[in-house]
Design a protein around this ligand. Sequence first.
Ligand SMILES: [Zn+2]
Length: 207
Amino acid sequence: MYSQMSSVIRTALLVVDVQNDFCAGGALAVPQGDRVVDPINRLLAASAAARVAIFATRDWHPLGSSHFMGRGGQWPVHCVADTPGAAFHPLLRLPDATAVVSKGQALDSDGYSAFDGTLPAGETLAAALDQRNVDHLTVCGLATDYCVRASVLDARTGGLGVSVVREAIAAVNLKPGDETGALEEMRAAGAALVSLDEALALVGAGA
Ligand SMILES: [Zn+2]
């Protein structure tokens, strides 16, 4: 069934928040966050070769964000716009054609979902996907239980098909079971949890 679908769907690759502050040594490091970089680089290369559209989200917070501890939020200060912590992981090989989606830019925005973000020209992710006739997202990145989860659920609400790449995501697990719960929630919403090989075949089929 899956291979039949792949011939008719038009996917885009969504890389969520592979930023220094979410990786080893960062202000809000996701346990084993760095391990997503290699599989994501393979997905990026396959997507670029097949001319599949690539979107990379980033947390891009103002220093005074209500998302931070001491200002009403639950997180240490992280991914402040234009700081090294907000930069993409240095080993992440984003092709030139990657569309960067910045989120959490307003003082009162958590920006968990890619669909809360905007591209450099100001359009929303939903508008950019629509413009490219994308009807499916191949999702990878950080963190499974926050921004990946929120982005996947919003994509499903918006009617998009979603494949989440298991080897290319990692969870915060603030509470034990958060990862499992997020995976279950995404699956219940109709997202497919796929292997890296399945995802490579999907994006390799082209746009
Ligand atoms: Zn954040």
